[in-house]
Design a protein around this ligand. Structure first.
Ligand code: GNR
Ligand code: NI
Length: 159
């Protein structure tokens, strides 16, 4: 396992669309391991492969209930109810903002055995999953906000 460097700011890889994984091979298993190690090291609750410079549709999440690994995740259902709550991103250090998202989502994905499964998510898990799936399409949480809704609050870059 290795901790990988998290890409930040205007790094073009954060704006690229990740490619579907054809087969869950050793490289994808290693990527899942490295994403988890990097996420825990950075104290994040999720991490997408784009954030470590790899354009594969692979995500890890742990909102405090254990590690969830998603390969080729797709949202198959969204609740009509929307919830607005604070988000931050390891790739946008020092920024946060309140983002509206569907309150509940159903996600279809593959696990590290390549088996398909369904995840029903609400609360923080639903928010984090949508944030991570957006990364796979080159979308960042600030894209939902007007400039004045983006709060700058970083230690180090305060002015
Ligand atoms: O660590 C993270 N916290 C977080 C808080 C609210 C909504 C989404 C997130 S994900 C973020 C880690 C990250 O940048 N994942 O891509
Ligand atoms: Ni993020």
């Amino acid at each position: 396992m290795s901790i990988r460097i998290i890409r930040t700011g205007k790094d073009p890889v954060l704006r690229q669309v990740a490619k579907p994984v054809a087969t869950v091979n050793r490289a994808v298993e290693k990527l899942l391991d490295d994403l988890a190690e990097t996420m825990y090291h950075a104290e994040g609750i999720g991490l997408a492969a784009n954030q470590v410079g790899i354009l594969k549709r692979v995500v890890v999440i742990d909102v405090g209930t254990g590690l969830i690994e998603l390969v080729n995740p797709e949202i198959v259902e969204k609740s009509p109810e929307v919830d607005t709550d604070a988000e931050a991103c390891l790739s946008l250090p020092g920024l946060r903002g309140d983002v509206p998202r569907p309150k509940q989502v159903t996600i279809k994905a593959q696990n590290r055995q390549g088996e398909e499964f369904t995840l029903e998510a609400d609360g923080l898990l639903a928010r984090c999953a949508q944030h991570e799936l957006d990364h796979l399409d080159g979308v960042l949480f600030i894209d939902y906000l007007r400039p004045e809704q983006i709060i700058r609050e970083s230690e180090g870059s305060r002015r």
